[in-house]
Design a protein around this ligand. Structure first.
Ligand code: ADP
Ligand code: MG
Length: 714
């Protein structure tokens, strides 16, 4: 058996010859403490000497990494007293001056005779070639065709060459590495052995070797994460006691009836998802499923269907929405959908066995606005089982509310419903049983990211919109001329009896400023572009009943336009609204714009979305262009991932994953899928990882308990 990573993790970096107390402290500042940290401080990039750029060949304006030798280095002050270091370098083809502004340390750092890699743009100044403030990598006098360039820290006084030396020493002293994966598996996936991977990532003979090494190490990282996620998920399935709901023919009597009375047919995606959920519900362990579906895909019907499975078996269901406005809207909608539904008024209420009298199926709303008297009654009815479905905000479960037997919980628009919140549900079912949980989100995240972010959840996707929707036409109004058109169209649509949303600029720093800006926009519009029309104002600082009054008016068609902050982002459903105007649209992210746009296009009439404002950055431009081009939430999520990188998409959950040093959920999409498959394959045959001792050790090593807890909780 070769060297285990756990052994290297136990060796402080100071064990390496080149690392004394000072260097050890410096490395510590870079987060490098153990020899394993050194080994996994992978090169940032490589310089391929066979394809090296030469000063003499560079075009003006071209960006390149050049390997140079320092001839001279002098320091001066600019007229304004700023430090200016001028370094003369050569690469054998030509020499040039490189200027560093405000980096006085460069004079000492770049001593004559030193080899370094400069990455920058070639400029021409007074007929001479030069570079200004290039990135400098101190690679030392290294031989070899491919030079690794490491992330260094000028502040800590650690150069790329230091790391290179430490890595070489580590590799030499470590010898062969223990191999956690079967040779057959490596063959099947065309992966190199670990010993080879660690060598070639640091000391590749060719770029192809470095690429193969990266592939193997990326796979290792992703596999560890997936093994842990799949293991956790199975553990939960094994230990938590759920309710094995009776899902009869067509889903059971209430479910069947519900589907029959719907004024439309289920979409294929709805039908498929309902089957997936019903299969989960029938199992003896609690469901924990994420339902992803674009805005307007019809998630509510799926949710109600799941809740009715609970109700028809004599259990209760709860639906939690992120805001009171949404809770109210769900309450109205669901009450309407379930009008005239009855359940047997027997002790256990079980529709499969009951022969008693019927009573109406009861749906209640419980929010902060519920009066004390109503509240008491609702709580009492929940405890006795007289209430079948309760709808509220996310605080519903945290309030120590007692259910007789909570069978299904639906959480709308909170994809971050983790183990902690689930734990709060543990004793809400009958006896020890834990209710089944369905989490719904309209924020599509790419499938591969979902596998890592939600690796502990099962995922269903509503990837089909109900028929008859006319796609929303999205336009970008970049200048005043365009804007004239925007308001013209707004007035035209209103004249046709349609309604309009106007979303005010997002001001992330302060809700107060945002509210003020909304008020200003409201005043400007009512005395200008929208004068004479019935316009309402909605923002986060309104009292609940004020918000409610405005929403009720808008829903009833008593307002032509609603000027609003992003409080209308999720869930608001007014089919008669056909125009969405988003002011200062570049301030919003892709997902948010897509959500906002989803407020229109909910009826049969053609709808429009106007993105107003100039893009201030290339990214901003790319975002708005993507929205104009596509109404597909998943496609947009991919664009978002490309533009922002996974860090932002993964949000908090990402932080726990410090094992992902090389792997990128973006670049390595297919490998996420493969890693998931292999993790399942391994755990299927070896659930305790007895035959994969080394893999188990590494999972524990890299995904330390609190990290993964954080990952699961978020
Ligand atoms: P979301 O997924 O955004 O929550 P909703 O559940 O609010 O979507 O549904 C959006 C609209 O589509 C609602 O007005 C709903 O009545 C309608 N709808 C849902 N399912 C279908 C269907 N299968 N056919 C036609 N319309 C549907
Ligand atoms: Mg919804």
């Amino acid at each position: 058996m070769g060297r285990r990573l756990a052994q290297l993790a136990n060796l402080p970096a100071s064990e390496l010859k080149g690392v004394g107390a000072t260097k050890a402290a410096s490395l510590g500042k870079m987060g490098i403490r153990s020899v394993l940290d050194v080994l996994t401080h992978y090169p940032r990039r490589y310089i391929d000497r066979t394809k090296e750029a030469k000063i003499a060949d560079l075009e003006v304006g071209e960006e390149a990494a050049i390997l140079v030798n320092v001839k001279r280095s002098t320091q001066r002050r600019t007229g304004k007293g700023k430090s200016m270091v001028i370094v003369t370098v050569t690469d054998g083809t030509a020499s040039m001056d490189v200027t560093f502004f405000g980096q006085p340390f460069r004079e000492k750092q770049l001593q004559p005779g030193l080899d370094a890699v400069f990455f920058g743009k070639l400029e021409l100044y007074g007929g001479k070639r030069k570079m200004t403030n290039p990135v400098v990598d101190l690679i030392g006098n290294r031989t070899g065709r491919i030079l690794p360039v490491y992330g260094q820290s000028e502040k800590a006084g650690i150069a790329s060459w230091d790391i290179a030396r430490f890595c070489e020493e580590t590799l030499r002293r470590a010898g062969d590495f223990a191999e956690p994966l079967d040779e057959a598996l490596l063959d099947r996936l065309d992966l190199v052995a670990r010993t080879e991977a660690f060598r070639a990532i640091h000391l590749p003979e060719s770029m192809a070797e470095a690429g193969a090494a990266r592939k193997r190490l990326v796979f290792d990282e992703l596999l560890r994460v997936q093994v842990e996620l799949v293991r956790r998920k199975r553990e939960l399935e094994r230990t938590a006691v759920g309710i094995a709901h009776v899902v009869g023919d067509g889903g059971g009597p209430l479910v069947k009836r519900f589907h029959e009375v719907l004024p439309y047919d289920l979409t294929g995606a709805q039908a498929r998802t309902i089957v997936e959920i019903n299969e989960d519900l029938a199992k003896g362990h609690p469901m924990h499923r994420l339902l992803q579906g674009d805005v307007g895909a019809g998630k509510t019907v799926v949710a109600v269907s799941a809740m009715l499975v609970a109700v028809q078996g004599g259990h209760q269901a709860a639906l939690m929405a992120p805001t009171e406005v949404l809770a109210e809207q769900h309450h109205l909608g669901i009450k309407h959908l379930l009008e005239g539904f009855t359940v047997p008024d027997t002790d256990d209420g079980n529709l499969f066995g009951g022969a008693g009298m019927d009573r109406s199926l009861r749906v209640a709303l419980l929010t902060n606005r519920t009066t004390a008297g109503d509240r008491r009654k609702i709580l009492e009815d929940m405890a006795t089982g007289n209430l079948d479905i309760v709808i509220g905000t996310h605080s519903l479960i945290s309030e120590g509310i007692e259910f007789k037997s909570l069978g299904v919980v639906v959480i709308d628009e909170q994809h971050r419903f983790g183990v902690e919140q689930r734990a709060a549900l543990r004793d809400k079912g009958a006896g020890d049983a834990m209710p089944d949980v369905l989490v719904m989100t309209a924020t599509p995240i790419p499938r591969t990211a979902a596998m890592t972010v939600y690796g502990d959840l099962d995922v269903s996707v509503l990837d089909e919109l109900p028929p008859g929707r006319t796609p929303i036409v999205t336009r970008w109004a970049q200048n005043d001329m365009d804007e004239v058109q925007v308001w013209q169209q707004v007035r035209d649509e209103i004249a046709e009896g349609r309604q309009v949303y106007v979303v005010c600029p997002l001001i992330e720093e302060s809700e107060k400023l945002e509210v003020r800006s909304a008020q200003e926009t409201f005043e400007e519009l009512t005395s200008g572009e929208l004068s004479g029309l019935r316009v309402g104002l909605l923002h986060g600082r309104l009292k609940s009943d004020e918000k409610d009054a405005v929403m009720t008016q808008f829903r009833a068609g008593e307002l032509d336009a609603l000027v609003s902050t992003t409080v209308i982002e999720v869930g608001v459903d007014v089919p008669n609204a056909t125009v969405m105007v988003i002011l200062d649209a570049t301030r919003f992210g892709i997902a948010q714009l897509h959500q906002l746009r989803g407020r229109v296009g909910r009826g049969a009439a053609k709808s429009f979305c106007w993105l107003v404002g100039e893009a201030k950055t290339p990214d901003g431009e790319a975002r708005l262009e993507a929205l104009v081009r596509s109404t597909d939430g998943f496609e947009l999520a991919e664009v978002d991932l490309d533009l922002r990188g996974e860090g932002t998409i993964m949000g908090e959950r990402q932080k726990g994953q410090n094992d992902l040093k090389l792997a990128s959920l973006r670049r390595d999409r297919e490998w996420v899928v493969t890693a998931r498959e292999i993790a399942i394959e391994i755990l299927d045959t070896d659930p305790e990882l007895i035959k994969h001792e080394l893999l188990a050790e590494e999972v524990d090593l890299f995904l330390k308990a609190d990290d993964i807890d954080f990952l699961m909780k978020s």
